[in-house]
Write a protein that binds this ligand. Sequence first.
Ligand code: CU
Length: 154
Amino acid sequence: VSQSLDRNRRNLLVLVVVVIVVSGVVVFDLSIIARPAVTSLPAGCVKPTDGFLIIASNTGYNDSVGHGAPSEAWPVINVTEGQTVNIVVCNTDVEAHGFQISHYYDGQIESVGPGQVMHVSFVATETGNFQIFCAILCEVHPYMQSGMLRVSAS
Ligand SMILES: [Cu+2]
């Protein structure tokens, strides 16, 4: 009896290990399917003259994840008071991302769909630090909250 109990336990252990390995592989595969590698930028995704290029992807804005977001400010846009700020925002991801700038560009919830490009232009009339963030829920949302527009006095 004890021998057959041992065998049952061993079979159960083998079964548990197989289930863990198989489900791990399935989850891994699904994450790859859900997050295809991006090979090219959308048409019009070009840094404007005297402006800034922001690429929203599955690693945040301009790879926020690789730059210490959310604890580190990234990306940081430095301008001078009175300057016209031109920003091109591209989305190379498979899901939509938002783009807002406190005070300057937060009048409505802006979203950029997969493969889309958005142009933002305003005059930096007020000095200070202003948060750049995504206002629509996405998979990398926490990493898209620590962008910064720094407007220094002219
Ligand atoms: Cu988001």
